[in-house]
Design a protein around this ligand. Structure first.
Ligand code: PRP
Ligand code: HPA
Length: 185
């Protein structure tokens, strides 16, 4: 399936599942080496990370724990801007080695917000593992970004957890549309 249609947009194949699996295996090997004799806490950012998190964790052989958070955006009652709230953040991460797992880092704003909240609890270390990264869209450098699967151009992508208007998360492969559209959910 090289081309797919989701609602009003046509997408073309960008990364096949085979390549995602191979890259994920390599990232897993690296994490196992880096965290030997430690017990990292993997924190997946929902919804988009659910597939990558599942496949990545199958490659992890060091002792570890797993949690999920969700970042919801809503308009604050008193402010005109968007307020981000983090749901499900564990409250016992003091002195823990944290690995945040994302499907994509685009502008990096979501991650910056998560990192700010995490550091309040003084974890021992924080690294980020993201399947996808759009370097040209990043608003500021993120030194915690240690493990990246694939670097992309500024095209909008769907599949393997990523959505367009809530659709396409179940696709095995990753697809892109040339037209740049705003973040869809
Ligand atoms: O780097 P940024 O520009 O902040 O974008 C990246 C974020 O956007 C997506 O989440 P989204 O808010 O669309 O929610 P979802 O995971 O439920 O799709 C993605 O899963 C990242 O969390
Ligand atoms: O390219 C993207 N696709 C889906 N969700 C996203 N969230 C940020 N960037 C993207």
């Amino acid at each position: 399936m090289n081309k797919i249609q989701i609602e009003d947009r046509e997408f073309e194949i960008l990364i096949e599942n085979d390549n995602i699996c191979k890259r994920t295996r390599l990232i897993g090997i690296q994490i196992n080496l880096d965290y030997e004799n430690r017990c990292p806490l993997f924190i997946g950012v929902l919804n988009g990370s659910f597939m990558f998190m599942g496949d990545l964790l199958k490659e992890i052989t060091v002792s570890c724990e797993v949690a999920f958070i969700q970042v919801s955006s809503y308009s604050g009652a008193k402010s005109s801007g968007k307020v981000k709230e983090i749901l499900g953040l564990p409250d016992d991460i003091h002195n823990r080695d944290i690995i945040i797992v994302e499907d994509i880092v685009d502008t990096g704003l979501t991650l910056s917000h998560i990192l700010k909240e995490l550091y309040k609890q003084k974890p021992a270390s924080v690294k980020v593992c993201s399947l996808l990264l759009k370097p040209a869209a990043l608003k500021e450098p993120l030194e915690e970004l240690e493990y990246v699967g694939f670097e992309l151009a500024n095209d909008f992508v769907v599949g393997y957890g990523l959505d367009y208007n809530g659709l396409g998360r179940n696709l095995n492969d990753i697809y892109r549309t040339k037209t740049v559209v705003p973040s869809a959910s």
